[in-house]
Design a protein around this ligand. Structure first.
Ligand SMILES: NC(=O)c1ccc[n+]([C@@H]2O[C@H](COP(=O)([O-])OP(=O)(O)OC[C@H]3O[C@@H](n4cnc5c(N)ncnc54)[C@H](OP(=O)(O)O)[C@@H]3O)[C@@H](O)[C@H]2O)c1
Length: 298
């Protein structure tokens, strides 16, 4: 069987969709594995959709037989499946690595997180770094992609800005260069052809948290009102969450609250501007819903 396909796991997610579109636009035969095919809103002659669940290895059997390269963006972000990072970010991706090895896949590309090695004490990074270690010792050629924040995650600034005030911990001077999914997808697809083993990557412009707050307020045409909360509140919330809630609940918050108190600056890449993204988000939110007739006439 000719090994000519690229397999994407995580194609129903924010980044996975952009990667799938990028692969198709470059003419790759692309196989995506999804647990819910209804989430796929686009079609293409080069697109093969297969139903499988990375958490259930029996559903992955022979899925990589005709596959040259596997790209995985699978990970818990906002999903509420009752699973923990070790189940998904580590174990499910390890299932896919095992299957890729069995079928003689050439390369495995995994989307991890910036500064993961330094943040191994956080639940999410513990699982992602364990997966990185597993991949490195798998014998497969590999690339680990370490992005800073995604544009999609800057939505929290917008939500606060809509109310007229953005709340930040500390002085708001920590730096980040968030990246648009489309830019990141291009960089991920480039790693198919190059021999880089790890890349860290962010968007084309570096911002302080204050800058991002200002952009978000500008997008709503609101005066710039930023409230700087003392950092002990952030530390107290982290302590409280770890002491009184379980990892399923506090995991995503733990990462967010930690990343808010450090620089998340990576190698700049891409062309999308955060201010345009914010303006589009605000404009889309303001568009009136289509009337029933409009939908029927489509
Ligand atoms: N967001 C950021 O700022 C950021 C920054 C750095 C790195 N990352 C990492 O980049 C990766 C992609 O992020 P994203 O924003 O694209 O995430 P996303 O939109 O939540 O997509 C995650 C994908 O993983 C799949 N998935 C999650 N749990 C699963 C499970 N139990 N079984 C099967 N599939 C499962 C989802 O499938 P369903 O659609 O079926 O749920 C989805 O396709 C994640 O690993 C994330 O940690 C994110």
């Amino acid at each position: 069987m000719e090994k000519d396909k690229i397999l994407v796991a995580g194609a129903t997610g924010y980044l996975g969709k952009y990667i799938t579109r990028e692969l198709l636009s470059e003419g790759f035969k692309t196989k995506i594995i999804v647990r819910n095919p209804n989430k796929i809103e686009f079609g293409d002659d080069n697109l093969i959709v297969e139903k499988a669940e990375v958490t259930r290895p029996e559903t992955l059997k022979d899925i990589c037989k005709d596959v040259r390269v596997v790209i995985s963006t699978v990970g818990i972000t906002r999903q509420k499946d009752g699973l923990i990072y070790m189940d998904v970010d580590y174990r499910a991706n390890a299932n896919l690595i095992d299957e890729a090895k069995k079928s003689g896949v050439e390369k495995f590309i995994y989307v991890s997180v910036l500064n993961g090695e330094k943040l191994r004490h956080l639940k999410i990074c513990e699982a992602k770094e364990k997966l990185g270690d597993y991949l490195k010792s798998s014998g497969l050629d590999y690339c680990i992609v370490r992005p800073s924040g995604f544009f999609s995650d800057m939505g929290d600034f917008l939500k606060m800005a809509e109310g007229g005030r953005v709340y930040l911990f500390g002085d708001g001077k920590f730096k980040i260069n968030p990246i648009h999914g489309e830019d990141l997808a291009k960089a991920v697809v480039e790693t198919i052809h190059n021999d880089k083993k790890e890349i860290d990557i962010g968007g084309c412009r570096v911002f302080s948290h204050n800058d991002i707050a200002e952009l978000a307020l500008n997008a709503y045409s609101k005066p710039v009102k930023i409230v700087h909360l003392p950092d002990w509140i952030r530390k107290f919330i982290l302590w409280f969450l770890r002491t009184f809630t379980n990892p399923k609940f506090y995991g995503p918050l733990e990462f967010f609250m930690t990343a808010m108190a450090m620089d998340m600056q990576a190698t700049p890449y891409g062309k999308h501007k955060l201010e345009d993204y914010f303006k589009n988000q605000v404009n889309n939110a303001r568009k009136p819903p289509r009337s029933e007739n409009e939908c029927m006439n489509k």
